[in-house]
Design a protein around this ligand. Structure first.
Ligand SMILES: Nc1ncnc2c1ncn2[C@@H]1O[C@H](COP(=O)(O)OP(=O)(O)OP(=O)(O)O)[C@@H](O)[C@H]1O
Length: 241
């Protein structure tokens, strides 16, 4: 078994006739929370789609838990929460999760666990269509947690959440990683970057950095990660020698 849950080598993706991932190489160590950060449109979702195996790629390789991305062997070992919730709005939270649990052949007891993990116990019997945006996206996140997958790919799971909920989700991510789960989590928010074990900083389809938050701050001499990111961009653009 390799120490990496995900290995991406020379990945290129073309969407809408444009190369939106331009030769990206990195590896995600097992049992870590790796943050994928970068401005809107830089290619985070596309990269995650390639890891999950739902993206046609133009070049390079993506290996997940020892298999090529998209292999049937990976179906039950990856949990993927898309940015736009994909849960049925005319079911209650419990009904929706029971539906996915039966497809995944996960014991129905797991439904109660994942609802509690995302803080929706009080809303378990409410229709998803009547939930707030943040509650709806947490119901979507709960689906990805069913069956305790080895790899969780979470696309902006904390958008629209208040600071207390964001904090409790990041605590959960850390707890899952400590138990051996690997998490790849995208975010726009730089203060969330500090909660990650490793960071992939993306810009315009390329990787600006793949490092720990501490190493990034030390390397750039920046006080915080937002400044470190700006430093790397300016360095790339030649404004800093
Ligand atoms: N279905 C599509 N067809 C054509 N181009 C697309 C499609 N989806 C995304 N793109 C383009 O690919 C690029 C990368 O998009 P992607 O969604 O991966 O970015 P992102 O970093 O996840 O952005 P955001 O943070 O806003 O979600 C963007 O320029 C976008 O316009």
């Amino acid at each position: 078994m390799t120490n990496y849950a995900v290995g991406v080598d020379g990945l290129r993706v073309v969407r809408g006739g444009r190369e939106v991932v331009r030769g990206v190489t990195f590896a995600v160590p097992r049992g870590t929370v790796t943050g994928l950060l970068g401005p809107s449109g830089c290619g985070k979702t596309t990269l995650m789609r390639a890891v999950v195996g739902v993206q046609i790629v133009a070049g390079g390789t993506v290996t997940v838990l020892g298999h090529p991305a998209g292999s049937p062997a990976l179906r039950r070992t990856i949990g993927y929460a898309t940015q736009n919730p994909a849960v049925y709005t005319d079911l209650t939270v419990t009904e929706a999760l029971q539906y996915f649990a039966s497809i995944l052949r996960v014991p129905s007891a797991d439904v109660t666990r994942v609802i509690a993990e995302v803080g929706l116990t009080e809303h378990a019997h409410e229709l998803i269509g009547t939930l707030s945006g943040g509650e709806h996206s947490r119901a979507n996140l709960a689906v990805a947690l069913l069956g305790e997958p080895e790899l969780l790919v979470l696309d902006e799971p904390t958008v629209g959440l208040d600071p207390v909920l964001r904090d409790s989700l990041w605590e959960m991510f850390g707890r899952l990683a400590a138990q051996g789960t690997t998490l790849l989590v995208s975010s726009h928010v730089m203060d969330e970057a500090a909660r990650c074990d490793r960071l992939l900083l993306m810009r315009e389809g390329t990787l600006l950095a793949d490092d720990t938050p501490a190493a990034l701050r030390a390397r750039t001499g920046a006080a915080d990660l937002e400044q470190a990111f700006l430093h790397l961009i300016r360095h790339r653009e030649g404004a800093i020698p």
